[in-house]
Design a protein around this ligand. Structure first.
Ligand SMILES: *Cc1c(COP(=O)(O)O)cnc(C)c1O
Length: 482
């Protein structure tokens, strides 16, 4: 595949699909948005989707399916055991990853539950490039602990490093030496590293990690939930992989791993998950947990329709024109914001665009939740719903002390193939307005703070009447516009 070029200066992110089914959106007026935000306790998780114009909360389970996927759902073979639909999924996973033993699950965290129950025991350690929330929880629940070994550049907000998800090999060797290889439950590499901004690792880095694992007889597990984005970045940014097809890169990655698991809410654009492995012994240990927690071995808690669509979705993941859409649109959005001097995480990754709230609202102390305040302000200004990834998403110490996050981010996810270029331009326009009026944005404080998962259920209020002032400025600048 050659890159698409344009006659003019502007590089246009081009949709390589057409829209054949539409969902009507509603953009309620700014006064209504303020009311809705107040009713939701300034927590975007608690907004009604009907009040949201662009839902950029997450990419989980909300990616657009293809016509082929929807068509495949109609031929699903509905049976409890031995369904032909499942056989097709199994065959596709074997073909793509070259691993023979497959276990289906209802979603990604269910794979993590099984992995942790079988491989993690008290006192063991799981080195990883970076944690994901549910992964860490399952490992600690089983008495293990994690070691985050992402290379230093992974935590730099502004960077030009092409592979910020890489693991530091020196640190990996040190952790193995300090703990002894038998205490290492497994090593985990997360493709398209979610919590640091959808950043990829390189094929070379995976090969280096794999080499260390093999030297010490340690299992290498890949979380492939965000594999599609990582594949795109390897193909685009890794010199040695330029001439490889997506299918070849996928197989080379798989050949370096012992276990691959994924959330099909992201990979394959359906709702479900699966685990693939080489070892029959490991498969036999894990197999018994599937009927216990998921469902029978030939559906694992997924509906047969989702399984049928997943088989097609996996095949479509091997197509550059299908997987480039997310990263190309995200890159456009990040570059446009950067041009306007608006602080974003760079380089653009997968998953979405991340606004740096610490800099955007540098007049607010972290104790007033700048990323949460930015999420609230952006919804009021635009009807765009993002997700706070900062101090609100942390938990207090047992004595009540606030734990301030390393980064205060507002994540604006781009579910794959859902938004058009004009919608992205609208979001950029409103973010720019908010940037120009950022001094009007004030802080938030809790009115109801649950002890666990406060970012999901917590209710907050503005510390001053800044939201009324923001709405008044909006009216002044936009007249009777929505
Ligand atoms: C979403 C996600 C998971 C969990 O998957 P669910 O299907 O939501 O349970 C695990 N790992 C990564 C990297 C993810 O992005």
């Amino acid at each position: 595949m050659t890159t698409l070029k344009f006659y003019g200066d502007e590089s246009i992110p081009l949709e390589m699909h057409k829209v054949r089914i539409v969902q009507k959106l509603r953009l309620p007026p700014v006064e209504y948005r303020l009311e809705a935000m107040t009713a939701a306790g300034n927590n975007t998780f608690l907004l009604q989707n009907a009040d949201v114009f662009m839902d950029m909360l997450t990419d989980s389970g909300v990616n657009a399916m293809s016509d082929q996927q929807v068509a495949a759902m109609m031929i699903a073979d509905d049976s409890y055991a031995g369904s032909a639909t499942y056989t097709r999924l199994e065959a596709k996973l074997r073909e793509i990853f070259g691993m023979y033993f497959i276990l289906p699950t209802h979603q990604g965290r269910a794979c993590e539950n099984i992995l942790a129950q079988v491989l993690v025991s008290p006192g063991t350690v799981v080195p990883m490039n970076y944690h994901f929330t549910t992964t860490k929880a399952h490992i600690t629940l089983n008495g293990g602990r994690i070691e985050e070994l992402v290379a230093d550049e992974g935590l730099e907000v502004i960077s030009v490093h092409p592979f910020k998800g890489n693991m530091d090999i020196g640190k990996l060797r040190a952790v193995i030496e300090d703990n002894g290889p038998t205490q290492v439950a497994f090593v985990r590499m997360e493709a398209g590293t979610n919590l640091i901004g959808g950043q990829p690792f390189s094929l070379q880095n995976l090969a280096d990690v794999s080499q260390v694992c093999r030297e010490h007889g340690i299992l290498l597990v890949m979380d492939a939930s965000l594999l599609a984005d990582n594949l795109y970045f390897i193909k685009e940014r890794e010199e040695d992989c330029k001439d490889l097809s997506i299918r070849e890169i996928t197989r080379q990655m798989a050949d370096l791993c012992d276990v691959i698991y994924f959330s099909a809410r992201k990979l394959g654009c359906v709702r479900g998950g699966a685990m693939c492995m080489r070892s029959e012994e490991l498969y036999r240990k894990m197999r018994g947990l599937v009927p216990l927690f998921e469902g029978f071995l030939t559906y694992g808690g997924m509906s047969v329709r989702e399984i049928e669509a997943l088989t097609v979705g996996l095949e479509e993941t091997m197509d550059m024109d299908m997987i480039n859409q997310g990263p190309i649109f995200i890159a456009y959005m990040v570059e446009e914001l950067e041009k306007r001097g608006i602080p974003v995480i760079t380089p653009a990754g997968g998953l979405g665009c991340h606004l740096n709230a610490l800099q955007f609202l540098d007049h607010l102390p972290q104790s007033e939740y700048p990323a949460g305040a930015l999420a609230s302000a952006l919804y009021i200004a635009s009807g765009v719903r993002g997700m706070e990834r900062g101090t609100l998403s942390e938990q207090r110490e047992p004595d009540g002390t606030e734990v301030f996050a390393n980064m205060e981010l507002l994540r604006l996810a781009l579910p794959r193939r859902v938004f058009t270029l004009s919608q992205i331009k609208y979001a950029i326009d409103r973010i720019q307005w908010l940037w120009d009026n950022r001094r009007l944005v004030g802080g938030l404080r809790f009115i109801e703070e649950p002890e666990i998962l406060r970012f999901f259920f917590g209710l907050l209020e503005p510390t001053t009447d800044w939201q009324q002032q923001l709405v008044a400025k909006f009216r002044q600048d936009f007249g009777d516009s929505l």
